[in-house]
Design a protein around this ligand. Structure first.
Ligand SMILES: Cc1ncc(COP(=O)(O)O)c(C=O)c1O
Length: 418
């Protein structure tokens, strides 16, 4: 009997929850990955905005191996040095004081934000969170309830109560949706799964002002756009450099290059009195002992991965690289005026290419985003589809100009089909 292929193992033993591409990846180095037949691809998806340092980064591989040989896991009943150091680094990068909680994924980091908002609003009878059309906040029950896309909710009713969706970048709609039950507003400064939609500066400033006026928390989901992807540690500062600060933020994805790690931060804003009128102190201390937790979150191995990634992003000048090569990619794509491209939008190395209807000469069937992704894959470039007609470029933050130009050449060849 011959061994089953990887595709046969998946077909027979892995739940069919994902629409996967017919590609089995075996190894990676920098911005390149290879399939089981040793065919090489340029990876401009980076595991959906995760591998900020690319694949097999020597510093990260060594740090993970060294820490694995020393101490992998202890539970959060004890202190470990890497978690403390990573928390300090995250607080320093945000630059507003406050404290951090570590978990294992983006959906879980957002669950922390929902619980923080509920705890904040509870004494005044407020629990609702306003979120946005086309947002994406993860696949837990709370996550799909928060997400402003019907397709993720289908078949899972009843959803978690208390999420209200309003049109993105529409300040009047937010204003109109605020009620005496509203506790918080949650948004992605740059929507990722929704097709790379940046907030406008006016919108971000306006939402902050509404939160101040109505005593609401402003929560940012930076799971996809955070920690360098937009060319700044904090994506919201690429939209408004100064003066608009959140009360709490969630991260995952790029924080540890693929080692499972999520986090959320809360600031020092005073939470207000409890039901008995007693002051509750700063927001970052609101979730006290016994209120929230996870077995693995921030274990020494995950925290070491996070520390190494964030330090390398700083040491290797990757914020600047993300800004410069993001601009180069976007400007070049616009200048090419390819018939298949309707619009290019993005910030840093978070780029959305909106496609026209593709001609029959293009090949394949189905949505333009999927057809284009498959054709680009055949030509040796991995990109990430988003919705019906957008493909995303989310390459490692350390791509070189030569790699960007190689990707542009493939895009030109494939999307230039008349
Ligand atoms: C903005 C945003 N929030 C949350 C999530 C969920 O993260 P995870 O898949 O790690 O649970 C994602 C994943 O794509 C995301 O893009």
């Amino acid at each position: 009997m011959t061994d089953p292929t990887t595709a046969e193992l998946y077909r027979d033993y892995v739940m069919p929850t994902y629409g996967r591409f017919d590609l089995t990846l075996a190894r990676g180095e920098g911005s390149r990955v290879w399939d089981e037949e040793e065919k090489e691809y340029l990876d401009f998806g980076a595991g959906i905005a995760v591998c900020s340092l690319g694949h097999s980064h020597p510093k990260l591989s060594k740090a993970i191996a060294d820490q694995a040989a020393r101490l992998v896991h202890t539970s959060n009943l004890y202190l470990t040095r890497p978690q403390g150091e990573l928390a300090k680094l995250v607080v320093d990068l945000v630059g507003l004081g406050g404290k951090v909680f570590f978990c294992n994924s983006g959906a879980e980091a957002n669950e922390g934000l929902y619980k923080l908002a509920r705890k904040f609003g509870a004494p005044s009878g407020r629990h609702e969170i306003i979120t946005f059309t086309n947002s994406f906040h993860g696949r837990t029950l709370g996550g799909i309830s928060a997400t402003g896309q019907e397709k993720v909710k289908a078949g899972f009713a009843p959803l978690v109560e208390g999420f209200v969706h309003v049109p993105f970048n529409d300040l009047a709609a937010v204003d109109a949706a605020i009620t005496p039950k509203t506790a918080a507003i949650l948004l992605e400064p740059v929507q990722g799964e929704g097709g790379i939609n940046p907030t406008t500066p006016e919108f971000l400033k306006g939402v902050r002002a509404l939160c101040d006026r109505h005593n609401l928390l402003l929560l940012f989901d930076e799971v996809q756009c955070g920690f360098g992807r937009t060319g700044d540690w904090c994506a919201w500062r690429t939209i408004v450099p100064q003066g608009v600060e959140p009360d709490a933020v969630s991260w995952a994805k790029g924080i540890a290059n693929g080692f499972p790690l999520g986090a959320f931060w809360a600031g020092t804003r005073i939470a207000g009195p409890d039901a008995d009128g007693k002051e509750r102190g700063p927001l970052c201390d609101l979730l006290g002992p016994g209120t929230h937790g996870t077995t693995y979150g921030g274990n020494p191995l995950a925290a070491t991965a996070g520390l190494t990634v964030l330090q390398a992003i700083g040491e290797e000048g990757l914020l600047k690289n993300a800004r410069e090569l993001g601009n180069h990619l976007m400007q070049s794509l616009e200048a090419m005026k390819l018939p298949a491209i309707r619009l290019v939008r993005g910030v840093g190395l978070m780029i959305g290419i909106e496609l026209n209807d593709l001609p029959t000469s293009f090949g394949g069937e189905g949505l333009p985003s999927i057809r284009a992704t498959k054709e680009l894959m055949k030509a040796g470039l991995l990109v990430i589809p988003s919705g019906e007609r957008t493909i995303r470029l989310l390459p490692p933050l350390n791509i070189t100009k030569a790699e960007a130009d190689k990707a542009l050449a493939i895009l030109k060849k494939v999307l230039g089909v008349p």
